[in-house]
Ligand binder design. Structure first.
Ligand code: CP3
Length: 330
C-alpha cells in the first residue's frame, strides 16, 4: 500500500499542482504513478494507483484528500436518513479505473493488485467526516442506530464487492481490502457489526478465483475473526510479531507483513536487522508475503527500500535453494 507516493521525487513532480482524486481519474497518470516505484525497485507485484475514497466520491459524496492529513467529507453521515440516502456504486461510475487497469496490464511484467477500502473504514470517514483517533461518532452510530448501520454496511459491502469484481474483469490479478482503521473495535463489536458484511464480501469474491487479501492496522486482537471473514491472505502491521500473528490466523491461511515502515527511515543496518527478524519469524513456511506493516512514509530514503527488496529476494532464494537441497539429501 502506498507503494507510490511522496518519497519519490518523480511522484512529487507528477502530482504537483494536482489534487490526488483528480489524478486518480486520469488513466494515463494512474499508469505512470503505478509504474514509477517499479522502475526503482524490483518488487514482485504492482499496486494500482488510486485511493480508497475513489468509489465513495463516485457514489455522490463530496470528498477531498488533504495532503498531510487524509480524506475530508464535507457533509458527513450523522443520521439514519443520511445513511439510507447513500446510493450504490455502479460499474459506469468507475469506468476510468477499469481503463487504467487495462492499460497497465499491457505494460506490466509483474501481477497487478487491485484494491478497495473496506465498509467499516469507508463508513468511518463518511461518519467522522475525516481522519479520527477514536472513531467515536462511528461507534456511537453503530450502537445507537444498528438498523441504519446495517444498511450502511450493506450499501458499502455491495458497492465494494461490485467494484472489486469489475477490477478483476478489467485485469487485476489479486484484490486487497483495506480495513485500515478496524483495529479500533473490540472483538464483540467486530463480530456483531462488521464480520457479517466481511464474510458476504469475501464469499462473493471467491468465484473470481484471484487471491483475496484482507488488511488492517492494530488488529492484533481481531486476527482470528479476520481469518473467519474468509480471505486467502491476512495482512498484519508490525505490532504483533509475525509468527504470533500467524498462529492467531492459522497456518492454513497466508500472511502479509510486517516490517514497521518507520524503521525504513533509519540507517540501512537497522533496517536489515529488523527485516531479517521478520524473515526469521516467517521461518521459511509457504504463504508469507514480505511487506511493510503499513504504507511507505514520505520521508523514506528510496535507497533503503531498494536494498530491502534486494535483501528479501536474496534471502528467500537462498532459503528455497536450501530447501531443495535438504529434500534431495533425505
Ligand atoms: O500504494 C500505492 O501506490 C497505491 C495507492 C494508494 C493510495 N492510497 C494513494 C495515496 C493506496 C493503496 C491507498 C489506500 C488508502 N488511502 C488507504 C488504505 C491503506 C492505508 O494506508 O491504510 C487509506 C486509509 C487511504 C486514505 C488516505 N489517502 C490517507 C490516509 C492519505 C494520506 C494523507 C497524507 O497526506 O498523509 C491519502 C493520500 C494518499 N493516497 C497518498 C497516496 C500516494 C499520499 C500522497 C499524496 O498526497 O499524493
Amino acid at each position: 500500500m502506498r507503494q507510490a507516493g511522496r518519497y519519490l521525487p518523480e511522484y512529487r513532480e507528477l502530482r504537483e499542482g494536482r489534487d490526488i482524486l483528480e489524478m486518480c481519474r486520469i488513466p494515463e497518470l494512474v499508469v505512470e504513478a503505478t509504474l514509477q516505484p517499479l522502475r526503482r525497485m524490483d518488487v514482485d507485484a504492482a499496486i494500482l494507483f488510486s485511493d480508497i475514497m475513489v468509489p465513495v466520491a463516485e457514489m455522490g459524496v463530496d470528498v477531498r484528500i488533504d495532503p498531510g492529513s487524509g480524506p475530508i467529507v464535507s457533509e458527513p453521515i450523522r443520521s439514519s436518513s443520511d445513511a439510507y440516502r447513500l446510493r450504490l456504486l455502479v460499474d459506469s461510475d468507475v469506468e476510468y479505473v477499469m481503463e487504467a487497469i487495462r492499460l497497465l496490464r499491457k505494460e506490466l511484467g509483474v501481477p497487478l493488485i487491485g484494491f478497495s477500502g473496506a465498509p467499516f473504514t469507508l463508513a468511518s470517514y463518511l461518519i467522522q467526516g475525516g481522519p479520527s483517533r477514536n472513531h467515536e461518532l462511528t461507534k456511537a452510530f453503530m450502537h445507537s442506530a444498528p438498523d441504519a448501520w446495517a444498511r450502511l454496511m450493506k450499501t458499502l459491502g455491495i458497492s465494494v464487492g461490485g467494484y472489486l469484481a469489475a477490477q478483476v474483469r478489467a485485469g487485476v490479478q489479486a484484490v486487497q481490502i483495506f480495513d485500515s482503521w478496524v483495529g479500533a473495535l473490540d472483538p464483540d463489536d467486530y463480530t456483531r457489526f462488521i464480520l457479517p458484511t466481511m464474510r458476504e464480501l469475501f464469499d462473493g469474491l471467491a468465484p473470481l478465483d484471484v487471491p483475496r487479501i484482507h488488511f488492517g492496522v492494530g488488529t492484533g486482537e481481531l486476527l482470528a475473526l479476520m481469518r473467519d471473514a474468509g480471505a486467502d491472505v491476512v495482512g498484519v502491521d508490525w505490532r504483533v510479531p509475525l509468527h504470533e500473528a500467524w498462529e492467531r490466523i492459522g497456518f492454513d491461511v497466508s500472511i502479509q507483513g510486517n516490517l514497521d515502515p518507520a524503521v525504513c527511515l533509519a540507517q540501512w543496518e537497522a533496517v536489515e536487522v529488523k527485516a531479517l527478524a521478520v524473515l526469521r519469524r516467517a521461518a521459511n513456511r509457504p504463504g508469507h508475503i514480505f511487506n511493510l506493516g503499513h504504507g511507505v512514509l514520505p520521508e523514506t530514503p528510496v535507497e533503503n527500500l531498494q536494498r530491502l527488496v534486494e535483501l528479501v529476494h536474496e534471502r528467500i532464494e537462498r532459503n528455497l535453494t536450501g530447501r531443495v537441497f535438504e529434500g534431495e539429501g533425505s
